[in-house]
Unconditional design. Structure first.
Length: 203
């Protein structure tokens, strides 16, 4: 399904890490309607620009590889959010995505020096590596318990829980959280669900 417009920022993308955006690029609106943003060229271009990912100009976007990585990241996020761990095959797939040659480069800026990895070949393999690396970095920085999946079964948005207690359940309390409360109230009163107009921005 192709998105009618580029709503990258309005829909709540670009706030945490490249891997989170890719995992959420197959987006449910909270009521079961699906949008595949990878099929939307303007969305993909904004995603790459926002995260400073610049593969060499090519008409051949590796959609299959991007979808494969999305499936892997989504599955990994759901397992970790549920308190599970990654199996050997999932770790192997992530390490395979990370296994792209690069070199260390020293850069001097206004705030001093920094070391960064730069590609030997700035192609889509490097883009995929950078996306996978953003996930690996979050795991290595002991942020695993902050990886959450929205408790709304019609949404399932992957998000990073910034709260001190790490108890956040919904991607947005005003939308998905409110829907859950309304459904519980209606179930208690045996009333049918009514749609709550979605608010696209996630907090």
């Amino acid at each position: 399904m192709k998105a009618s417009r580029n709503n990258f920022h309005a829909a709540g993308f670009g706030k945490v890490a490249p891997w989170v955006d890719l995992a959420n690029s197959e987006e449910w609106n909270g009521f079961g309607k699906l949008t595949d943003h990878l099929a939307n060229a303007p969305w993909l271009a904004t995603f790459l620009k926002h995260w400073n990912l610049h593969p060499l100009a090519s008409k051949d976007v590796p959609h299959r590889k991007l979808v494969q990585l999305r499936v892997l990241l989504r599955r990994a996020a759901e397992k970790l959010a549920a308190g599970g761990s990654l199996n050997a095959r999932e770790l192997s797939s992530l390490n395979q995505a990370l296994n792209v040659p690069g070199r260390q480069k020293l850069v001097q800026g206004q705030n001093g020096f920094r070391a960064e990895m730069v590609p030997l070949h700035n192609d889509w393999s490097w883009v995929i590596r950078r996306i996978a690396a953003s996930f690996a970095e979050m795991l290595a920085s002991r942020e695993v318990e902050r990886i959450k999946v929205c408790a709304n079964s019609g949404c399932r948005w992957v998000f990073h829980d910034p709260t001190k207690a790490r108890t956040k359940r919904w991607c947005n309390d005003r939308t998905c959280g409110n829907r859950a409360r309304v459904r519980r109230a209606r179930a208690a009163q045996n009333k049918p669900d009514e749609e709550i107009p979605p608010v696209p921005r996630r907090t």
